[in-house]
Design a binder for this molecule. Structure first.
Ligand code: UT7
Length: 332
């Protein structure tokens, strides 16, 4: 059975840069607080109402297609991971497909928040290995800025997030030893409300009311400390699981790319695993948390910077809303 390789990657972020200082026009916050607690220095936001998540995904996909010297018509399938779909339904995958000018191929939407890219990778890997699809486009794309809570109490969540998209084109490789070695997916729904958006929701009647809007139930709500506590345990655990599954050790790891939610979390993860700073790639400083897009954006940058080369062992891990968490071991 063939393995799944990353044929190419690409990413796109909107032009508009919002520094920490820029945010002080809305919230009582400071560059110092945000940097110290999260490592974030700036993030990119769309021009409101001008660019949707599927537009960012389109640009990221175009770059990945160009890097692979491929045309969109050669794709067999789209997997689109996001927690901020353009519309409640249909999912973002069909909008991306339409913008790519192709039709007929399946477009699957993944709703696993920060873990969406690795969940999507797992599905793509299964399809590629079994021969169902040969050229899979896997995208993580988010627009958070149009859903920011601009009330004073929104500061704890709103300063963390940015907009952006990352894409990977995946396909089979017969090059023995290379490709996705394994993926490992986890969830614990007992913590669903620790990081969630309550309304607009079909579980409620009405789905959204004036009272919901007044109470801000349509904004993301997070118990930050609780999420932090679980993230620093689950991500290292999932990395160890991936290594054990492949009879590899931490010494074998060339690069760890963890979900970019907080630089402090990733520093703790790196320390727990005994990985030196050079073996852990972070870019949250420039993009904030782009949820499903953090990993493909970071992978693209790592490739562009020459930090990830053919044959390297890459470990991916993510943790987020659900709670969901996941890891993947990839021989690049
Ligand atoms: O991608 C999904 C996964 N998400 C995560 O993994 C995020 C995990 N959590 C975190 O990264 C951190 O918990 C945060 C960065 C969200 C918050 O950092 P913290 O050190 O846990 O701060 P805190 O929430 O305990 O708040 C500490 C203080 C509070 O003031 P008091 O009560 O001590 O007076 C907050 O009101 O900081 C205050 N605060 C702020 N101050 C300035 C909260 N947000 C801000 C802000 N600017 N933006």
């Amino acid at each position: 059975m063939p393995r799944t390789e990353f044929i190419s990657v690409g990413f796109h972020v909107p032009e508009r840069v919002m520094t920490n200082d820029d945010l002080t026009q809305w919230w009582e916050t400071s560059d110092e607080w945000i940097r110290e607690r999260t490592g974030i220095e700036q993030r990119h936001w769309v021009e409101p109402g001008q660019e949707a998540g599927s537009d960012l995904a389109l640009e990221a996909t175009r770059k990945a297609l160009a890097a692979a010297d491929m045309d969109a018509s050669e794709l067999d399938c789209i997997i689109y991971a996001t927690l901020s779909p353009d519309y409640f339904f249909p999912g973002g995958g069909v909008f991306l497909q339409r913008k790519l000018g192709i039709k007929g191929i399946p477009a699957l939407d993944i709703r696993n928040q920060c873990t969406g890219f690795i969940y999507g990778l797992s599905i793509a890997d299964a399809w590629i290995r079994t021969g169902q699809y040969r050229r899979v486009l896997l995208v993580g794309s988010e627009v958070h800025s149009t859903g920011m809570d601009f009330r004073p109490e929104g500061r704890d969540v709103s300063v963390l997030f940015g907009d952006g998209a990352g894409a990977a084109i995946l396909g089979p490789t017969e090059d023995d030893g290379r490709g996705v070695l394994s993926t490992h997916l986890f969830a614990d729904g007992r913590y669903a409300e620790k990081l969630w958006c309550e309304s607009d929701a079909s579980a409620r009647f009405p789905r959204i009311s004036h009272e919901d809007l007044d109470a801000g139930r349509h904004y993301a709500l997070m118990e930050g400390r609780e999420v932090f506590k679980h993230a620093v345990v689950r991500m290292p655990q999932s990395v160890r699981t991936a290594l054990e599954a492949n009879e590899l050790s931490l010494e074998d790891v060339d690069l760890l790319i963890a979900h970019q939610a907080n630089l402090r979390i990733n520093e703790m993860v790196g320390r727990q695993l005994g990985l030196s700073e050079e073996r852990v790639y972070n870019n949250i400083q420039r993009y904030g948390n782009t949820t499903a897009a953090t990993i493909p954006i970071a992978v693209t940058e790592a490739v562009e910077k020459g930090l990830l080369n053919r044959g390297d062992l890459l470990l991916l891990t993510a943790f987020g809303s659900g709670f969901t968490w996941a890891s993947a071991a990839v021989r690049w």
